[in-house]
Design a protein around this ligand. Structure first.
Ligand code: ATP
Ligand code: MG
Length: 395
């Protein structure tokens, strides 16, 4: 039990309350573990892998893992961390997004031992009477005290009435499922606590809340998110994932080591020291990180191949052909891609830049840039590729 508890606690941000988790585990029964995801986009990403990996641990300890698809709540849209009402999804979009979820989830969870449920099963069937009773359990003050709503009120931004219902619906899912533990990112804390609160009101033993840290996206600033476009999708080809991982900053690399690979603070400290003493090169450590992440969430074989291709492209062939360009004025600053292309001498005019960008002929560290308006933060060592044969190395 001790061993199980220790492993389950590892890597979590918060467990509310830990004593209850201990008690539940001590009973020795199979616990019901809930993880909800709204099918708001077709792709799961590495951020989701953080919570899914914790689910996998529960599975391996023999608990019942319930993957709850929020097909009903997706019609409301989770207001967590949002400053605007989400556009509603159509039935077709929800159905399409849901379909592709299974394959992606199976990369991390054991598909043979997962219970899949849809919250429309019970939420579609609530009578108005039951629904009003549910609403009666919570006060408006409690709902609007959450930060995102409070902020929208302070900024005089509108809040749709249906958005207030989101936490109630998600909480009611825990009642319907008799959940023992609910998992989620830290952005879900309020919604998860609502589940605990409602279960008590419905005479159930309340669930334990387990939150996982939020993984930052490729920009290193915002959380990795389907809707922010800074994600590495679990369904992307391994090569592309590897290339994206190699494009992150050194700072973010430590975070990915910690959150996705569970590297301990001691191990991280050792690696950072080695870099400071110039005994290890950040590029080598980044390759190790990218390799381990792809091996874990894709296939070890694919990680091997992706690394080989990356090395061929960057280190052997193209690097040697690349023209080195001093970009000191641009380093670490958001810079318009067209200014960069002009500076390195790849294009004579912005119209030529537009043509190349729109044709998909421009990439930086293997990531295609197709937006004319894109801005990039250049870092020394980056490789800019224009067309098939022109390479520029940023110095
Ligand atoms: P959206 O931006 O549309 O809200 P999302 O990427 O946040 O999408 P959700 O379906 O809302 O995805 O999240 C499902 C679960 O995955 C939640 O528990 C959420 O906290 C968690 N999660 C989402 N993004 C991350 C992330 N970057 N790091 C860790 N966990 C995450
Ligand atoms: Mg979300």
């Amino acid at each position: 039990m001790r061993n199980q508890l220790q492993q389950l606690i590892a890597g979590t941000q918060q467990i509310i309350p830990q004593e209850d988790l201990v008690k539940k585990l001590e009973t020795g029964r199979k616990l019901r573990i809930k993880l909800g995801m709204d099918p708001t986009a077709a792709d799961l990403h590495l951020g989701h892998a953080v919570t899914l990996s914790k689910m996998r641990q529960f599975q391996d300890f023999g608990h019942e893992v319930i993957f709850l698809i929020g097909d009903f709540t997706a019609r409301i849209g989770d207001p967590s961390g949002r400053s605007k009402t989400r556009p509603p999804l159509s039935e077709e979009q929800i159905a399409y997004n849901t379909k592709t979820y299974f394959n992606q989830v199976s990369k991390i969870l054991d598909p043979e031992r997962v219970t899949i449920r849809y919250n429309s099963e019970w939420l579609d069937r609530l009578t108005s009477r039951e629904f009003v009773a549910l609403c009666g359990k919570v006060t408006l003050a409690r709902i609007i005290e959450r930060e995102d709503f409070a902020q929208r009120i302070a900024n005089q931004q509108t809040i749709g009435f249906h958005e207030l219902l989101y936490p109630l619906m998600q909480g009611y899912d825990s009642v319907a499922l008799h959940a023992d533990v609910e998992l989620g990112g830290t952005d879900q804390t309020f919604n998860l606590l609502m589940g605990r609160f409602l279960q008590e009101h419905y005479g159930q033993e309340p669930q334990v809340i387990m939150t996982m840290p939020l993984l930052e996206g490729l920009d290193g600033v915002a959380k990795m998110s389907k809707s922010l476009g800074n994600a590495i999708g679990l369904a992307e080809p391994a090569d592309q994932a590897y290339g994206k991982l190699m494009s992150i900053s050194d700072e973010l690399m430590w975070r990915y080591y910690e959150i996705l690979l569970h590297t301990t603070p001691e191990q991280l400290g050792d690696m950072k020291h080695a870099v400071e003493r110039q005994e290890a090169h950040p590029m080598e450590l980044k390759k190790r990180m990218a390799h381990q992440i792809v091996a874990r969430f894709w296939q070890p074989q694919e990680a091997q191949e992706a690394q080989k291709r990356f090395e061929e492209l960057f280190q052997k062939k193209d690097y040697s052909q690349a023209t080195s360009v001093n970009c000191a004025d641009f380093l670490g600053k958001q810079t318009w891609i067209v200014d960069i292309l002009r500076h390195v001498g790849a294009v004579p005019s912005s119209s030529e830049a537009r043509r190349l960008l729109e044709a998909g002929a421009v990439s930086i560290n293997e990531q295609k840039i197709t937006e004319f308006k894109a801005t990039i933060v250049l870092e020394s060592g980056m490789l800019i590729k224009v067309g098939k044969h022109r390479f520029y190395k940023v110095l």
